[in-house]
Write a protein that binds this ligand. Sequence first.
Ligand code: FMN
Length: 211
Amino acid sequence: MTTPIQTSHETLAVIRERVSASHFDPTYSMDEAVIAELIGYACEAPSAYHLQNWRFIAVQSPENKQKLRELAYGQHQVFDAAVTIIVVGTLDGHERIRDNLQPLLKAGLMTADDLNAWADDTHRGMSGKPAKQRDEAIRSGALAAMNLMTAAQAIGLASAPMGGFDAAAVSTAFGIVSTEVPVMLVAIGRAAAGNWPRKPRRPVNDVLTFV
Ligand SMILES: Cc1cc2nc3c(=O)[nH]c(=O)nc-3n(C[C@H](O)[C@H](O)[C@H](O)COP(=O)(O)O)c2cc1C
């Protein structure tokens, strides 16, 4: 028998407390240093081949928030939150895999031979495979977005993931190029009154199969 999960565990409590906020305190702003720290936690997400196939655009000026809000079908949380992060997935991360692995080499976590084998493997898996590149960009971006929301929750902030935006228009407006894909918007800030409470989930028995 394994030990029962302690649901009071801090990380588990943070996961259960997070909700998608639609109301943010528009007077609350965040220092760029704090935003950067949160992005650091987003980047702790795993990615296939350690591609780290993501980048993040922190939309915080009123003008840019207004522009993004219009391209997100008027969703007011984009404007009211302190910052809305555009989580961008990159399709050509395999082209930079050798650079990504250099810190592992320097730290003695892998040899030069390991690095070459890893990079070759990555290229075999990713080069010339647009569907795979997009799948991995969305997968990595989604994992990073979840980390970002959990980290925000852990420091007492609210967050809101959004897929409701015009991807082509957002790309044009915010310099997202053809080797990238906007994965999700994540608004972050201080919650205001009127947000939904936590929504109950489907029973685990309905979604879990043991085989
Ligand atoms: C990928 C994704 C896209 C979403 N897009 C929107 C959106 O555009 N607008 C919105 O108000 N909520 C959006 N949501 C929030 C969902 O409605 C919300 O996560 C869901 O109802 C569960 O509620 P909870 O996050 O509070 O647990 C999105 C969530 C995800 C994960």
